[in-house]
Write a protein that binds this ligand. Sequence first.
Ligand code: FAD
Length: 469
Amino acid sequence: MEPVLSKALVWLRNDLRLSDNPALVEGCKLDETIAIYIHATDKGLRPEGGAARWWLNRSLNSVAADLAKIGVKLKVECGLSLDVLKRVAGETGADSVHWNRRYGPDARELDKTIKASLREDGLDVSSHEGNVLAEPWTVETGQGKPYSVFTPFWKTLKAKDIARPLPAPRGKSIKSDAVDTDYVEPAWAEKLQHYWHHGEKAALSALDDFLEDKVEDYPEGRNVPAKDVTSRLSPHLRFGEISAREIWHRALAYAHAKPSKAGAIDKFLSELAWRDFSYHQLYHRDDISKVSMQPKYEGLEWRNAPKQLTAWSKGATGFPIIDAGMRELWETGYMHNRVRMLVASLLTKNMLIDWRRGEDWFWDCLVDADEANNPASWQWVAGSGLDAAPYFRIFNPVTQGERFDGAGDYVRRWVPELGKMPDKWVHKPFEAPEEVLKSAGVVLGRTYPNPVVDLKSTRARALEAVSDL
Ligand code: FAD
């Protein structure tokens, strides 16, 4: 008689890795393991944007090849999650299903329903902690409430014993076929290939390079968009090619070995903790991509200004640092953090355009478009979020440009038509004397746009709009 084999389905979602993947470890305890990724059409789940689809297709191929090395085949399916899981469990004879938890309200509800239904069918189901440093409900105030301010959240998180990453399961290699991810990606995303490497190996090497070569300069340099001193781990984290816990423990080990870098590493880990803070908000609040976390902001009268929205999204506002950021985003699927803050401030404050319009554009264009970080950060800048920038903080793109891109290197890289502008005027060509513009070959309104808003009067308008709430 054939021996009865136990079979596990491991449902991958935002955790396309082998290391520190508790669901995969659990599944690999059985005789046979099959991994599954579902392009889910369930109601309430936010479909990925264009740049994220481009990344996802490559990341799935990368994880499929890695899984094959430990004897696990990856199936990529499309449809309603429960239907697909039931069908595949039936076809493969799986007796258990395992996944790592997700934290959005709709996804949680869906997972609950799926768990109950699969269990009714007699399957063993387990869910695990794998995507954050600490589960959102385990970080709470002294009164047992969720945090709404980052600093105390960070203190509590830092004092926790963050779980150590699990090693990748082992197994006998099988043949690896290319995965037909069957997921349409936009033609414009093709150019992104010049800027990124995908997969777990690339994520780990980005982390190691960062710790070795960049982290020392991180606390100061991270604000300078022309400098390449941040980790660029965000898309890898978004798709779970590396876990936050892996980053945490590797960075701490590095700080231990090189005490002179410990201060810089602490700053880096505090930024990583903002990600957990975003997931804390995603978990505890209503849909943060749709609803302002400070209810009074739902009463703000946003402007309908399609021409300004288009100028902003195309990088044609007439403010060089803004245009540089929006063009960096379009070209690479990424934008430097400080510039993200500046472009979001110009849109939501000077243009008084709803933060949801900007969040949507980022969602489509960012390779790291993240269901927690993107809306939480947009709401932070707009003033409607938790621990948000005070409403009166309206970044001035000229003075910010002069402060953080003094020599204009970032602007010149992304806005080449200003390449010959002298440093003094590169952030404010609209104030430059005629002869300066002429010798730099700039004709305002023709080779480079005039500013689409007046900074002073729009600042006053924004302050008034918010003071009315
Ligand atoms: P590092 O500085 O090297 O940080 C390491 C990791 O820590 C990041 O990958 C990220 O996971 C986390 N992190 C760092 N800074 C922040 C922060 N301010 N908030 C939350 N997490 C942080 N980040 C995303 O991952 N996805 C998004 O969709 C996203 N949208 C944003 C939208 C706006 C308007 C703003 C202002 C910020 C947004 N961020 C988003 C946060 C931040 O800009 C990026 O995480 C960071 O620029 C990524 O680069 P890095 O990996 O080199 O960061």
